[in-house]
Every structure is written in structure tokens, then in C-alpha cells.
Write a protein that binds this ligand. Structure first.
Ligand SMILES: C[S@@+](CC[C@H](N)C(=O)[O-])C[C@H]1O[C@@H](n2cnc3c(N)ncnc32)[C@H](O)[C@@H]1O
Length: 255
């Protein structure tokens, strides 16, 4: 099936993946780029997330960028949505776009996912697509990420866990493979259960569904064994060049 995503212009693609960690990179990018959907658009994974939502669910989206995922959620009946992004340009553009298209109820605010400015236990569902992956772009050895990386990742996850209601759900859509992500999601700080599935035609993206309060026992968690990760085909037709720049730096597949 043909991929109809808008392709980013050369001018918004950084020369090195570490630029994704620089907030001014995103401001500059969003001042040029009207829309871009990381990985795939909502239609490709809505069947996975819809079972976890009701019309009354309160949803927080981390790092919305210029994605239209919130439009999809809204059209599917969940209207209590808050989108955050660190980039004030992304936030202004998103606000203007949503207002002009009649999505008046969706709240959009500038905020850092590492320091979520929300009360404890106020969201039924927190979702992110490609946003936490930004934290991993210079993580070093993916089996043993740098302490700076882990500190940011854990701040984000602790914030997400805190703002989720007692039985809330965190959905993370990512390139990050289970052997790298499971040990992090399963840290003893968290009470959520960890399940994952994939979507995508040939190349697969991962969707982690973390259900707060559902972890049965820490003893049930199998340790992850280090092993050789298979090489991906660089010429894979489903991967655009920017996605791949992001991917190789997220998980350093050939390390
Ligand atoms: C890879 S893009 C993903 C955008 C969008 N979720 C999508 O699927 O198209 C990462 C987004 O995260 C935002 N971002 C980066 N660091 C952030 C942080 N600490 N807090 C909130 N947003 C952040 C960037 O501004 C950018 O919009």
C-alpha cells in the first residue's frame, strides 16, 4: 500500500540525530513545516488504542508536534484531550489549526514532558508517538543507556505514572524494541503491567500498553538477555530517510 505521508523537505531534516534533542531545532522546524506524521498516521493504529478509550476518557498527548493524532481521537468520540509540546511554535500552530478546523475543545499547551504540570491522577490515558524516542537519540549503548538518558526517561515515566488515574493507561508508540524498552517500563517505580503489539505492513512499529495498578508481581518479570540484534534492510521501501536517521540512533541496531 502506498505511503501518503507528506515528505519533509531537506531543510527540516537535521544533519545529525542529536539535533532532535535541541528545542530550537523543533521551533525552527515547525516554523517551516505545516504537518508531518512520525511513523504512521492514526488510521494505522486506531484499532489498537480505541479499546482503551471511552467518550469520557481524559487524554494527555505528549509531544504533539504537528501531528493529527488528536483530530483522529476526537473524531472517534474522545473530546477531553490535552496536547503538550516543548516547542512554542508547535503549540501556536497546533492551536491555530485546531481552532480553524473547529476542534475547539482540544487543549494545547507548552510544557516539558520531563516536568508535567498536572495534578496527580488526572488522566485516564497518556499517549505518545515518537516523543520519548527523542530522549534516546544519543543514548549510547542501547543495552546500557547513558545515565543522562536514563535520568530523562525516568523523569518522564515517573511523571506519566503520577498523572495517570489509579487504573489509567499509558500508550507508547515507538521504534524502540521490547528487549530495550521492557526493562525500562518494568522498573520497580511503576505499578503498570507491560504489554506490546506491532503495526505496519512490512516494517513494524511497536505499541506498548501500560496499565497502571495491573502488575501482578515483580517476580513474574523475566530478565532480558542480551543478544545479537538482526540487521535491518536499509533500503526498506516503507522507511523514509528521516525515520531511518531517527531509528538508527534510537536503537543502534547493529551495535
Ligand atoms: C519525533 S517528534 C513526534 C511528533 C508527533 N508526536 C508525531 O507523532 O508526529 C517529537 C516531538 O516531541 C517534542 N518534544 C521534544 N522534547 C520534548 C519534551 N521534553 N517535552 C515535550 N515535547 C517534547 C518535539 O517538539 C516534537 O514535536
Amino acid at each position: 500500500m502506498a505511503d501518503t505521508r507528506p515528505t519533509p523537505t531537506e531543510s527540516v531534516t537535521p544533519s545529525t540525530a542529536s539535533a532532535y534533542l535541541n528545542p530550537s531545532y523543533w521551533d525552527e522546524r515547525f516554523s517551516k513545516e505545516e504537518k508531518y506524521e512520525w511513523f504512521k498516521d492514526y488510521s494505522h493504529f486506531r484499532h489498537i488504542i480505541q479499546p482503551h478509550l471511552t467518550p469520557n476518557s481524559s487524554v494527555l498527548e505528549l509531544g504533539c508536534g504537528n501531528s493529527q493524532m488528536c483530530d483522529g481521537l476526537y473524531k472517534d468520540g474522545t473530546t477531553n484531550i490535552t496536547c503538550i509540546d516543548l516547542s512554542h511554535v508547535a503549540v501556536n500552530n497546533m492551536r491555530n489549526r485546531l481552532l480553524s478546523q473547529g476542534f475547539k475543545d482540544i487543549k494545547v499547551m507548552q510544557a516539558d514532558m520531563l516536568e508535567l504540570p498536572f495534578d496527580d491522577e488526572c488522566f485516564d490515558l497518556v499517549i505518545e508517538k515518537g516523543t520519548m524516542d527523542v530522549l534516546f537519540v544519543d543514548s549510547g549503548d542501547p543495552w546500557n543507556p547513558k545515565p543522562e538518558t536514563m535520568s530523562k526517561v525516568m523523569s518522564t515515566l515517573k511523571g506519566v505514572h503520577r498523572v495517570l488515574k489509579e487504573d489509567g493507561i499509558f500508550i507508547s508508540i515507538t521504534f524502540g524494541q521490547p528487549h530495550f524498552r521492557r526493562p525500562i517500563f518494568n522498573a520497580p517505580d511503576f505499578t503498570w503491567s507491560v504489554e506490546w503489539t506491532t503495526f505496519g505492513e512490512t516494517f513494524h512499529y511497536f505499541v506498548y500498553v501500560l496499565k497502571k495498578g495491573q502488575r501482578s508481581s515483580y517476580e513474574d518479570i523475566q530478565p532480558v538477555k542480551r543478544f545479537e540484534v538482526p540487521t535491518f534492510n536499509l533500503l526498506h521501501e516503507e522507511l523514509e530517510s528521516e525515520d531511518f536517521t531517527f531509528l538508527i540512533n534510537v536503537d543502534e541496531l547493529n551495535s
